[in-house]
Ligand binder design. Structure first.
Ligand code: NAP
Ligand code: ZN
Ligand code: ZN
Length: 347
């Protein structure tokens, strides 16, 4: 066992506090990673505050992890000490079901094993996440990060990045396609950068005027703050794909009406309560309402290579661990440009 330092939520009503705990002894297939940066995802807050149901405490959140390999188990062949690597939203899965075999571990029949707020597959060990100086992960759930990328901006790629890259690829965003991104937060700003790099025409829908300049600098072709009924009427039947990254209540019907024949609205944000959707808006133009969750290990690697090629990273505010509680408050208030990343060397 190795002693690790981090920050934890002890109960859903409390602030995060410094926390010391044990990481498991290195197994033959394990990689020990000295964490350099850990991103703060809105999902950390949803879980730490039990907004998605009962959670497991003490909780060390964090599933946007980047760092260098510190040591390797005896059977590790794909990584060497010193390699720059990343870990995302899951650290294991059944490895045998059709989806795992297809490299879509996030959709494992038995459920992926999350990076935190869950027990590992032995049913006993608690998985502690990336708000920490160290982590030990099976080599099959670790990916390689291009050395050319600015390291602090890499951590958010591991959740925010892949979560937008995957649906953009699946629904074939590219030249000649009109893509909408709802919400320019941690996820949304990565979606904008990727869709722009893929050559699509990108429209950002935001709940204020504040981010207009930033959106344009990141490649937005259009920026619409609080779209009016007039806007929805005028722009009906013009979008191929819309990705909804917000977790507040939205009138989906209006956004669905923007889609052209066979267009798709993908739900990515996870609100606590169900949406209401009238059937007419779907069947009238054979529109689709879909969902998408992060991405599998092969696609994570593909995304990181794409980022290396196009020099894409997240826009980040790097913080010390003591600032995490304030960072959570500011994330909820949508007051971050565009992801908080913890300097993990300071734990
Ligand atoms: P975030 O950084 O907080 O961004 C959410 C964005 O929602 C804000 O930046 C804001 O953008 C927009 N928004 C709209 N109305 C708002 C309001 N009334 N108050 C505050 N913000 C409002 O969150 P995130 O980390 O990107 O995560 C977004 C959602 O995706 C969360 O529900 C998270 O749990 C979920 N998620 C899903 C997956 C998946 O695999 N499907 C993966 C990771 C996270 P504007 O200012 O531009 O409106
Ligand atoms: Zn996340
Ligand atoms: Zn599986």
């Amino acid at each position: 066992m190795t002693s690790a330092r981090g920050f934890a939520v002890l109960s859903p009503k409390e602030q995060l506090v410094p926390f010391t705990f044990e990481r498991r002894q290195l197994r033959a297939g394990d990689v020990e990673i000295s964490i350099s940066h850990a991103g703060i995802c809105h999902s950390d807050i949803h879980q730490g505050r039990e907004e998605w149901g009962q959670a497991l405490f003490p909780m060390v959140p964090g599933h946007e992890i980047v760092g260098r390999v510190k040591s390797i188990g005896s059977e590790v062949s794909s990584f060497a000490v010193g390699d720059l690597v990343g870990v995302g939203v899951f650290i294991d899965s059944c490895r045998n079901c059709d989806n795992c075999k297809a490299g879509l571990q996030q959709y494992c029949f038995e459920g992926m094993t999350g990076t935190y707020n869950t027990l590992e597959r032995d049913g006993k060990s608690v998985a502690y996440g990336g708000y920490s100086n160290l982590i030990v992960v099976d080599q099959n759930y670790v990916v390689r990060v291009p050395e050319t990328l600015e390291i602090s901006g890499v951590a958010p790629l591991m959740c925010a990045g892949i979560t937008l890259y995957s649906p953009l690829r699946h629904w074939q965003a590219g030249p000649g396609k009109r893509v909408g991104i709802i919400g320019l937060g941690g996820l949304g700003h990565m979606g904008l950068k990727f869709a722009h790099a893929m050559g699509a025409h990108v429209t950002v829908f935001s709940h204020s005027e504040k981010k207009r300049g930033d959106a344009q600098a990141m490649g937005a072709d259009d920026f619409i703050a609080n779209p009016s009924n007039e806007y929805f009427k005028k722009n009906g039947n013009t979008f191929d794909l819309i990705l909804n990254t917000v977790s507040v209540d939205l009138k989906l019907e209006s956004y669905l009406s923007l889609l052209r024949l066979d267009g798709t609205l993908v739900l990515i944000g996870l609100p606590g309560k169900p949406y209401e959707v009238p059937a007419g808006v779907l069947l009238g133009k054979r529109r689709r309402l879909a969902g998408s969750m992060i991405g599998g290990i092969p696609e994570l690697q593909e995304m990181l290579d794409f980022c290396g090629k196009h020099q894409i990273t997240s826009d980040v505010e790097v913080i010390d661990p003591e600032y995490i509680n304030t960072a959570w408050e500011r994330t909820v208030a949508s007051d971050v440009k565009y992801r908080f990343v913890i300097d993990a060397a300071k734990f």
